[in-house]
Structures are given as structure tokens and as C-alpha cells.
Ligand binder design. Sequence first.
Ligand SMILES: [Zn+2]
Length: 467
Amino acid sequence: MRLFAMAVALVLAGTSPAPAQSPREADSTQRAEAREIFRRAIAFNTSVSGGQVPQFAAYVQGLFRGAGIPDSDMLLVPHERIASLLVRYRGDGSGARPLLLMAHMDVVEARREDWERDPFTLVEENGYFYGRGTADMKSGLVTMVATLLRLRREGFTPNRDLVLVLTGDEETAGLTIQQLLRDHHDWMNADFALNADGGGGTLRESDGAPLIYGVQTAEKTYASFRLTVRNAGGHSSAPRAENAIYDLADALGRVRAYQFPVMWNATTVANFAAFGAQRQDEIGAAMRRFAQHPGDRAAATTLSASPFYVGQVRTTCIPTLLEGGHAENALPQSAVATINCRIFPGVAVADVQVQLQRLAGAGVPVTVIDSPSWSDASPLRDDVMRAVAVAVHASYPGVPITASMSSGASDGLFVRAAGIPTYGTSEILMKDGDDFSHGLNERVPVMAFYNGLTHWRVLLTELAGRR
Ligand SMILES: [Zn+2]
């Protein structure tokens, strides 16, 4: 998934830094090499139906083999029809614990007949690279890989191991990251992780000036629950007081009337301070007030009235599916509602279930669908936040940097849940209107791609360079 900081950028004020410069560091040789890897990467159809994740992983492994990384420092882990790839770029052993570099190889389905261009051919047109996975997230994967290859060629030895973690099913089940965390602790044991699949920045619609950059430090937990009412049923001409549909409706009414408590963490406060400073409206004022007085009742009420911000200050639960009854002339024997929740970081799924059960009542059992993973927010580490600022400012001088929480979940959620602080720091800054991730004609600005080479180079030398 790729999530931009927030939709708020649409109404940001007119003051902002100069437009982005082209990168100084990424020379034309590296650009050409990165572009060629990008071309090859897009050509692998790594959607579920395309099934080419293992081939793509083998291709990337071949690149590192060619750069002199020994096979003993790489692990291609098969998982049914997909795979994941681990590559260890060894440090000098001076002590710092390893750093994980995360990306996913898979993409969302794309049907040729629906697209204007072949989704699996990289096309450069009018300042954009088009193709499935350009934005989500082969641009990030490729700029990361190309940077590691270049650093290797230049003889760079980091002060800690850099472990590249390429998963195979982030867009679907997320099983490969869970497998790696479960079975390959020796590779995954790290100080922290940088995830190219999260965070990123926004450019102004009118002129492309950079507005704000968000480091993704938290993700809400996605969990769904089922509320079920069962009943003996009977003939509809002989109704009884208890009725599965009425009972379910009453339970849903109580869920509707309930609001989960207002919550915040360091990310919430930093995010509202940064975004609040940039907007003059009522929402901006509420953000500033909330940042100054976390939990402020009036501010929370204003933010909660907006569908864009309610999820930033509390857990939300909302019914999304409904089924019930079996015949027009029969008393319903069952009525079932599905409730989808986006749970605030740090809150256990079981605690939300307990609350929903309390609201639903004894006759309406509430069950969890699947087995959702949950995690807390990562701390806003000074070293990471500072390094991201240096990296982003290398191409976009002066753009404000903040922390952000996304409302969905990526592989990063599982890594955080395993106790590894995780920072989503995509190399992409783009206009909200250019974001077609998961959609038709997905694209990434050419400049964002090449700036990505600078982004990763600065990040890695800042966070793993010898002082
Ligand atoms: Zn993604």
C-alpha cells in the first residue's frame, strides 16, 4: 500500500519551499542502470494471477550475485507459489545492530484490456513512468536495490549489516513477512526497519511544489468482527417477540451510538502540529489545539466529525456487510452483520472484541474474523527522523517533515508487532491527483524515481555510515 500523508494537502496554504531539484549525486550511469532494473522489474507480472514473484526474486538475487554478495549472504525462501528474498550486505562488525530494508515484490492485479498501455511494460511519457507497480512499489524496491549495488561497487562498508527484506504477498495475505519473522529470526533480528512501502510526501496540485513529507511510524490494525443472532424461526404469519433481524438491528444500534475513546501517541501530536500549522480552517485550528493539549475534548469532537480525521484520534468500527433470513414468508433463523474496525495502535484486538460484545449483548455473540495482527506505534527516534530529513531535503529543500499514521496495514505492521520499530519512508513525493496506486494507469513521476536514488543513498550513509 502507499498512503500519502493525508488528504489535507489539498487545502494547504500557498507558502512553501522551492520546487524539487534534480539529484546531484545520482550520476547518469547509475540512473541508466536503475532505469534498466526498473524496466525489468515492471515486466515481471508479480500479481497473484501472474505468479512471477519467484522469478523476480531470482532476478534480484542475480543482481547481488553479480555485485559480489556471496550466496551464503542471500536466502530465497519459497512459500507455495510465491517467495521472499533476504540479502545481507555485511557491515564492519563495529557493533550497531542490523537495519532492515523492506519492500514487497508483488503487485495488485492489472488486466491489459482495462489499461491504456500494457501494465507490464515500463512506459515513460510526459514526465511519468507508467506500469503496474511503478508507485506501489517497484520504484521504491528498485531505487533501494540500485543504491545498494552502487554502494557495493564503491566499496562502502556500513557500520552495521543492512538486511534487504523483499516479501512476496504484501497486497494479499502478508504470509511471507510472517514466515520470515517466525522462521528466520537470525536474519530479521534488527535495531529497526526502513519500509519503502510507507510514508512519502505531497506536491501541490497547481505547481508541484513540495508541501509536506510524512514518515509512517504507525499503522492502524485492520480487524473485522461478526455479530450473529440465531433463532428457531417459524412461520411469518405467527410472529414472536424475539426476532433475529430485530435483535441484530438493536445490537447494531448500540454499536452506532458508541464512540471508542479518544487516543493519541507521539505520532498523532507531531502530525497534527505539522498539518495544523499549514491550514487556516476549523480543522487546522482543532489540529493545533489537539497537538498542544492532546485529548482536548472540543478538538477531538471537531476532528471526529470529519471522515478523514476521525480515525486519527480513535478506534473506528462500522458495519459493512449484512445477511439474514431465508424466505420472505419465514421468521429469520439467523441474522449476521460484519463490522470492520480500524483499531488505534497499541490496542489489542481482543479488547475491541470485548467492547463490541458488551454493546451487542449476551444473545449476540461477537467473533473475530481471521486472526488479525496488531502493533503499537514506533517511537519517533531522533536518529531516524533526522536522517529522513537530510535525505528528503537533499532533493526537496525545506519541506516540513512529520510523522504519520496510516489507516491501513502493510508488512510493517507485522514487523512492529515483532518488536522492531518500523519507519515507512517512501522516496516518492507526488500530487494527490497523480496517485493511481492499485488503480488503472498507475504511475510515478520520473523525477521522484531518480530522486529515490539520492533518498536511499543519503539514508543509508546517514544511518549506517562510519563516523
Ligand atoms: Zn505496497
